[in-house]
Design a protein around this ligand. Structure first.
Ligand SMILES: [Zn+2]
Length: 351
């Protein structure tokens, strides 16, 4: 459902991309659209704050509803808006954690709205967007028919893929690329997969929204895990910057576990909610303001999730990863990585 004031324009949420900007005369500045979407997703507080009804102002506001069919029973008991504007933002809301199953959860931030499980430390959207809303958002990221990427899905570049491959080999001594069967789950633009193939691996990708884009690169591409022939199993699974986008991360980890051969490994990267930047920026932390991020993990939360899905030898990779060629930035990143308060978790686990 869309609301507008002044000049009426109706936008579907799927057409609004993170980083897009629109002119808001009422606010006197260009505002990123995704922040409005986030506000509207979580109780429509953004709509209430904006001056409405002033003639000639070019505001376009989009609102969502959490659909009952996709809300957990606990969320149904606490419908969207339950906490909007409430005076006790930190009070316990008793939602069931989708990672550890406990109800020791409470509101973390009001704008955008996040809750946190005190038992396992995972952060989750509250209310959680429905599958349909998430799907329509990602479908908007790829041009229909051609598969062209309309905006960056934060793809892993080749240099980073090489470093990740080195981390895997360091953490799993038995891992080798030549002739091994690898699944790149949530492959995005498929660059990591193409790199691993160049090392001699046989790579299949699962990419529901950029499927055509990956297939055009000659990759064996599936839209979903269920499309892969049932008895196919892999030596290793790569999942970079994906788990935070899932509506049911634990279930996906469990399904991926079943797709691994005995002794197979999984490599997972995701934003670190225990990072220095997250601690300092609080609800201004960029990762918790991205529309597509539904769960955010600390070291403890990701460990709990992987173990609950049946993985063993769950550990955080120790090697330093160079994200920047600027020597000073690299030095600071290396320090943060050593202290494990850098922006990204990099985990390995074994079936
Ligand atoms: Zn939990």
């Amino acid at each position: 459902m869309a609301f507008a004031t002044g000049r009426v324009r109706i936008l579907h949420a799927a057409r609004i991309f993170p980083g897009s900007r629109f002119r808001s005369r009422a606010l006197g500045a260009h505002q990123p659209l995704d922040s409005f979407v986030l506000d509207c997703l979580h109780g429509c507080s953004g709509i209430r704050r904006l001056p409405r009804g002033a003639p000639g102002r070019d505001l376009v506001l989009v609102s969502y509803r959490v659909r009952d069919g996709n809300a957990s029973s606990a969320e149904k008991a606490n419908p969207p808006g339950h906490f909007a504007g409430g005076p006790t933002g930190k009070r316990r809301n008793r939602l069931t954690c989708r990672i550890c199953g406990k109800t020791d959860t409470g509101a973390l931030y009001q704008s955008p709205k996040w809750s946190r499980c005190h038992a396992c430390d995972v952060w989750f959207r509250s209310p959680m967007p429905s599958e349909d809303e998430v799907t329509s958002y990602y479908e908007g990221a790829f041009e229909p028919g051609t598969g062209d990427v309309l905006h960056s899905m934060h793809a892993t570049d080749i240099g980073l893929a090489q470093q990740f491959a080195n981390l895997i080999c360091a953490g799993i001594p038995s891992a080798s690329w030549r002739g091994s069967d690898i699944l790149d789950f949530g492959a995005g633009e498929g660059d990591t997969s193409a790199f691993l193939r160049s090392l001699g691996a046989q790579v299949a990708v699962v990419e529901p929204h950029g499927f055509r884009h990956c297939a055009a690169k000659g990759l064996i591409a599936f839209r979903s895990l269920q499309e892969i022939p049932p008895h196919t199993q892999f030596d290793g699974i790569i999942m970079t910057e994906v788990v935070e986008h899932l509506t049911s991360p634990l279930q996906t980890f469990q399904e991926l576990n079943l797709r691994l051969k005995k002794g197979g490994w999984i490599f997972v990267t995701t934003p670190n909610s225990g990072s220095l930047r997250s601690t300092l920026a609080k609800n201004r932390w960029s990762e918790c303001r991205k529309f597509g991020h539904l769960f955010l993990f600390s070291r403890r939360a990701l460990t709990v999730a992987l173990r609950a899905a049946g993985f063993q030898m769950v550990h955080q990779c120790r090697g330093i990863v160079q994200f920047s060629r600027n020597p000073l930035r690299f030095l600071s990143q290396a320090l943060l990585q050593t202290l494990r308060i850098d922006g990204q978790l990099r985990f390995l686990a074994v079936k």
